[in-house]
Design a binder for this molecule. Structure first.
Ligand code: NAD
Length: 387
């Protein structure tokens, strides 16, 4: 058995607890590790790191008594831990990952890897120079719905792909009493997401995701045209105090893709969901169309494409939603866990891991190009990465 020590920093946060610890690392441990074909068993051994000992203790109790500490420096100095993982707030990522690289740890972290392309690229170069292994979360690539969509693309099922439409978002409650101008509901996302001075903003958050999806599925991104908005200027924080929302809460972006198609992605925390899922991606091609959600994928081949007639005086004769076929369920794994397993294998010498700090930096680059497009009200070309 190969035990792999992992420092998990930011593990008491939303992503750290739910996706990375409970549904990934702890789930792998409960399943007895990752069995390799040569008989080796990879077993993660996490150390929970944070600021608040009470929160850490509660998390440790939920996970069978995993060790925890508030001393991240001592953790980095401990040779039992090979990997440093970071799911802290975005603005803390660069200094924390940098320290881990300097301590000789392999690093794996949430996206965005930084708030600027320059910082994210520096981090990539520092990891290369230090010779450590590195990876960045690109979870959407392992969503069951996206895996099905990808299989259709790779099989050439669409014919020529013409356009891609992504819809992401849901309503994030503002908090605050109605008498004060709030919506009277507790917010379900952290307040820093809505403050640009604290690393918030939907463009930097979501365009990172769209970058790796567009790169992997549609031959990359040549340019972006983006309009940002802060639809809701005031929100209420975790302590119930009002604050000015200084960051964008919606990003409306159009991308020119490497495959020649056009993609439009709406990302918003100010929409209500009337679609199949929190993220849907529709691909239209000459031979057929598909709509992928988080888990499912629906298809409509050319031969089953209805022939609608515009007549608003009567109800539609075609039940449009019924003209799509849902692809069969397949055995699935949590997307974060799937990527964690690949990273752990990579660290132990089994397989490559292309979802690196370089790929993470390209995500930040697209976000930066999108923000520049908004500010200049122009279409912005996405440059090739520095050599
Ligand atoms: N992959 C995805 O789909 C996805 C989704 C949401 C968020 N994220 C990213 O994950 C990261 C965490 O997001 P979250 O929603 O879990 O945020 P969160 O606010 O719930 O958690 C942040 C963590 O950072 C810690 N932290 C905050 N301020 C700190 C400080 N001053 N000193 C030390 N630690 C501090 C918190 O204690 C907490 O553990 C962000 O970078 C975010 O962009 C990724």
């Amino acid at each position: 058995m190969r035990t792999v020590g992992i420092i998990m920093n930011g593990v008491t946060g939303r992503m750290g607890t739910n996706q990375h610890l409970i549904r990934s690392i702890f789930a792998i441990m409960e399943d007895g590790g990752i069995a390799m074909p040569d008989g080796e068993l990879i077993m993660p051994a996490p150390l929970l790191v944070g600021r608040n000992p009470e929160k850490l203790q509660a998390l440790s109790e939920r996970t069978g008594g995993l060790p925890y500490t508030t001393d991240s420096y001592a953790a980095l100095a401990d040779p039992r831990f090979e990997i440093y993982f970071d799911a802290q707030t975005t603005d803390r990522r660069v200094p924390a990952v940098r320290k881990a690289i300097q301590a000789g740890k392999h690093v794996y972290c949430e996206k965005p890897t930084a708030c600027s392309f320059q910082d994210s690229w520096s981090l990539y170069l520092e990891a290369i120079r230090a010779g450590v292994k590195h990876g960045v979360v690109q979870d959407k690539l392992w969503l069951p719905g996206i895996l099905k969509l990808r299989a259709l693309i790779e099989a050439g099922w669409f014919g020529r792909i013409l356009s891609v439409r992504g819809e992401f978002g849901y309503w994030v409650f503002t908090g605050g009493d109605e008498a004060e101008g709030g919506d009277g509901h507790t917010p379900q996302r952290p307040s820093w997401n809505y403050r640009s001075q604290d690393g918030g903003g939907i463009a930097v958050d979501m365009l990172c995701h769209w970058r790796y999806l567009l790169d992997a599925l549609f031959g990359g991104v040549k340019s972006v045209n983006c309009t940002l908005a802060t639809h809701i200027p005031w929100r209420w924080d975790e302590s119930g105090s009002p604050y000015a929302a200084t960051a964008d809460d919606a990003a409306y972006a159009t991308f020119e893709l490497g495959c020649g198609a056009i993609a439009q992605f709406n990302s918003s925390w100010c929409v209500r969901v009337r679609r199949d899922d929190l993220l849907t991606i529709q691909v239209d091609g000459t031979n057929g169309s598909a709509v992928a959600g988080l888990r499912d994928c629906w298809v409509q081949p050319l031969g089953a494409t209805p022939r609608p007639v515009w007549n608003p005086d009567i109800s539609s004769a075609i039940p449009y939603l019924d003209t799509w076929t849902r692809l069969p369920e397949e055995p699935t794994k949590n997307a974060f866990r799937a990527q964690w397993e690949l990273f752990l294998k990579h660290v132990c010498g089994y397989g490559e891991f292309p979802w690196s700090l370089k790929a993470g930096a390209l995500g930040v680059q697209l976000a930066e190009c999108g923000i520049r497009s908004h500010k200049s009200a122009t279409r912005v070309g996405v440059p090739d990465p520095p050599q």
